[in-house]
Ligand binder design. Structure first.
Ligand code: NI
Length: 167
């Protein structure tokens, strides 16, 4: 396994829409394994392939405390959204920035797992928030896009400054 580089906002590659995965093969599974290692080492609770510059519809999520509940969603589709929830979100591509985002409180998602089997999941709470956040990445959307223009500018300036310092 390998730890992959996570693209940092406002890198425009994060705005690339992901294509459907046509065939789940050994390469797909290796990518999923590498994404999991990358997410756990960050550490984070979710990661989209977009964030590691692979523009395919793959997201992984593990909201457990002990890394025991890895969920893989390939070509995910939300078929039901219900309720409204406002939660503070963060993102491995936007380190150190947290803000409230309004999402559906519960969702039903259908997707393929790492073996290519189709499954349907009803999710609420943190898992539902994560699914919506990660699926946004596949459309090239980041949680800061939901914030006010003023806040977005502030985040952009802050991260660019930090990236310059690190370089
Ligand atoms: Ni994110």
């Amino acid at each position: 396994m390998a730890i992959l580089e996570i693209l940092q906002y406002p890198d425009t590659r994060l705005n690339t829409p992901a294509l459907r995965v046509e065939k789940i093969d050994a390469g797909t599974r290796k990518l999923v394994d590498d994404m999991a290692e990358t997410m756990y080492s960050a550490p984070g609770v979710g990661l989209a392939a977009t964030q590691v510059d692979v523009h395919r519809q793959i997201i992984i999520i593990d909201v457990s405390e002990d890394h025991s509940d890895l969920r893989v969603f390939i070509n995910p589709e939300i078929t039901r959204r219900e309720g409204v929830a406002m939660n503070q979100e963060g993102c491995l591509s936007v380190p150190g920035i947290y803000d409230n985002v309004e999402r559906a409180e519960s969702v039903t998602v259908t997707a393929l797992d790492r073996n290519g089997s189709r499954f349907t999941l009803n999710a609420s709470g943190l898992l539902a928030t994560c699914i919506q956040h990660e699926m946004d990445h596949l459309q090239g959307k980041i949680f800061v896009d939901y914030l006010s223009e003023v806040k977005q500018n502030r985040v952009r300036t802050k991260l660019k400054k930090r990236q310059r310092k690190a370089a």
